[in-house]
Design a protein around this ligand. Structure first.
Ligand code: AN7
Length: 346
């Protein structure tokens, strides 16, 4: 029913806030039995790729855009590795407000670029990485009086907490481990706040350990210092200087969790396994979660029987190039039944 409608009473929504709604949120939480039983855990995937623009960004964007409208903003602006721009462009189009998006040139997955363009945003390709594009977007917002809808906008993280509430409502408790990809570090911070708040309001017993996974080539929270030239196949999390680093550090420390990194090879292998043994096609950044769970298992640090929720942040269809680069070709045949029978072997 949309995040503002389902959770409006727990969000900063007033009678003046426009009821923006693309039916975001309420995403499936799927039990991944085949993969989980191999690992000896109760493994769940939260399918954030089922949101209207195909990523978790819609949860927070709906409130950020509603508040921008309420405040009379003339336009919205963001920098993005792809998903924020797709989401901002979608909501801007839905409500009819101009949208400017700054993207690191050549480093955004094809589906996300197509989304921003088809939704009618002004798309600006910046010769620089995401971190630089974000600095520029922030300055431009101040200069022009536009609403910035990156996660420096507090409404984004406030509404992203709803993901944690949905998980707790569905499971009847929090999971033991919350496994999540980390880029700009907003989502892990929002989930932690969400779990703590849910415990206060609805009296669940536990809180999860927050396990944040970064790509090895863009892992500032693992190394402890900004990464000037982030590089990874998981372009969504190709971020060297996370805005919400401090909040994320507290989330991990308070929960007794950790930051860790996974290589591009591990990410792509996990993407294949999630698809071929789970029936879920998630984009590479999202698959840092399963790669991380495998890593914990290899290191003997995945407690037997624990409940593990992975936040599968974005839809695999956004980045078909990444998937195609690691699978074989279709089996080609002419149009005869003989040839078909030849290849239909068990
Ligand atoms: C699929 O779109 O930063 O740690 O500009 O698209 O909250 O930043 C995307 C981030 C994980 C990391 N998974 O979340 C952007 C952008 C996917 C993402 C992340 C992103 P944060």
């Amino acid at each position: 029913m949309g995040v503002l409608k389902r959770y409006g009473e727990y969000l900063p929504v007033t009678e003046k806030t426009p009821a923006v709604n693309l039916e975001e949120g309420s995403t499936p939480l799927v039990n991944l039995e085949r993969i989980g039983s191999d690992l000896g855990v109760d493994l769940w995937g939260k399918l954030e790729g089922c949101n209207p623009s195909g990523s978790f960004k819609d949860r927070g964007m709906v409130l950020a855009v509603a508040k921008a409208l309420e405040d009379g903003a003339r336009a919205i602006v963001c920098a993005s590795t792809g998903n924020t721009s797709a989401s901002a462009a979608a909501y801007a189009a839905h409500v009819g407000v101009p949208c400017y998006v700054l993207l690191p040139s050549g480093k955004v997955a094809m589906g996300k670029l197509a989304q921003a363009l088809i939704y009618g945003a002004h798309v600006i390709a910046v010769d620089g990485n995401f971190d630089r594009a974000l600095e520029m977007a922030r300055e431009a917002a101040t200069e022009r009086g536009f609403a910035i809808v990156n996660s420096v906008n507090p409404y984004r993280l406030i509404a992203q907490r709803t993901g944690a509430w949905e998980i707790c409502e569905f499971l009847g408790d929090s999971p033991n481990l919350h496994v999540i990809p980390v880029g700009n570090a907003g989502n892990i911070s929002a989930y932690w706040a969400g779990y703590k708040e849910f415990r206060g309001m609805w009296k669940i017993k536990g809180l999860p350990k927050m396990m944040g996974f970064q790509a090895a080539g863009a892992a500032p929270l693992v190394t402890g210092e900004p990464c000037p030239n982030p590089e990874t196949v998981a372009t969504a999390i190709r971020i060297g200087n996370p805005v919400s680093a401090e909040l994320a550090r507290s989330a991990v420390a308070e929960s007794g969790g950790e930051f860790n990194s996974v290589t591009d090879e591990e990410i792509m292998e996990a993407q294949k396994i999630l698809a071929a043994k789970g029936g879920i096609f998630a984009e590479p950044a999202s698959c840092a979660t399963l790669a991380g769970v495998f890593k914990l298992k290899r290191e003997g640090r995945l407690p037997e029987g624990s409940s593990v929720v992975m936040i599968l942040t974005g839809n695999g269809l956004k980045d078909p190039d990444a998937a195609l680069s690691q699978v074989g070709e279709p089996t080609r045949i002419g149009g005869t039944m003989e040839e078909l029978m030849e290849v239909l072997r068990p």
